[in-house]
Design a protein around this ligand. Structure first.
Ligand SMILES: Nc1ncnc2c1ncn2[C@@H]1O[C@H](COP(=O)(O)OP(=O)(O)O)[C@@H](O)[C@H]1O
Ligand SMILES: [Mg+2]
Length: 254
């Protein structure tokens, strides 16, 4: 079993969209998938098919040790096992952040209890980095996918935090999202990012105005517009992750 944290240093980078899309596309490739919402915004469930924000989830175990962290899980239509974050009051949010600060291995221990096959995958959605939740996710992960828009501010904040991320997780890969080839400035920003990060961008996802519209309809861009560039990119990212995971054997579902 491998664990991947989707992390970014700016809001709205596409962490939740990519966590949900990867969960569904990897499940369709025959992978056992757990999608874990470790973001107090609690939005991953909306992408995975819940009609309303989940009231209870992993956060309950942070504020009340008598609850098991996996007490509330859902299996969606695509077979993805989903662990919601849950809704917290301000006091509970402060208590859960304090618990995470006091016990830096909390999430790594929790994900270590998930008994997936070797070929299974846990995907963790996170709030903006740096934050206690995102820091835990990076340290629990075998791979951090660092999501970044090809914009100067997004790249500058990512570069500022990259060393800390690489200390938390040995394998940090860059994914550029919202790429718009019509904007020449983005090419320069990408070149600067490559140099500053000292690593090539592993994957690129193009901007597609239909993406939020598909979400609003409860559908997937890769089903509604399968030949679009962004759909092609999302399949490419899923295949990249699939190739990084231990190979499925013939006896496993495909
Ligand atoms: N490549 C893209 N093209 C168009 N819209 C996108 C793209 N990626 C994400 N979005 C939209 O941007 C918004 C923010 O994405 P989200 O995944 O919630 O970001 P984050 O979780 O990093 O805050 C959503 O409405 C999503 O549909
Ligand atoms: Mg999000």
């Amino acid at each position: 079993m491998k664990t991947i944290a989707l992390i970014s240093t700016t809001g709205g980078a596409g962490r939740t969209m990519l966590t949900a899309s990867l969960a569904v596309l990897l499940a369709r490739l025959g992978r056992e998938v757990v999608a874990l919402d470790f973001d107090p915004q609690n939005m991953l469930g909306a992408w995975l098919g819940l009609d309303s924000l989940a009231g209870e989830g992993i956060s309950r175990a942070l504020t009340d040790a008598s609850h098991a962290w996996h007490e509330r899980t859902w299996r969606n239509d695509e077979g993805v096992l989903f662990v919601p974050h849950g809704q917290l009051t301000l006091d509970e949010a402060a208590a859960s952040a304090a618990r995470l600060a006091a016990d830096p291995q909390w999430l790594a221990r929790a994900t270590g209890e998930i008994g997936l096959a070797d070929t299974g995958i846990v995907l963790i959605d996170t709030p903006r980095y740096p934050s206690p939740h995102a820091d835990h996710a990076a340290r629990a992960a075998d791979l951090v996918l660092c999501i970044c828009a090809p914009e100067p501010a997004a790249c500058a904040t990512l570069v500022a935090h990259l060393a800390a991320l690489r200390e938390s997780c040995a394998d940090v890969q860059l994914v550029v999202n919202r790429l718009n080839p019509a904007r020449e400035m983005q090419r320069d920003v990408l070149a600067m990012l490559r140099v500053a990060a000292g690593a090539p961008v592993a994957q690129r996802i193009h901007l597609d105005a239909a993406m939020p519209e598909s979400f609003a309809r409860g559908g997937w861009l890769f089903d509604e517009a399968p030949h679009s560039q962004a759909s092609h990119d999302l399949h490419g990212l899923a295949q990249h992750v699939d190739a990084w995971l231990p190979a499925l054997t013939a006896s496993e579902p495909s």
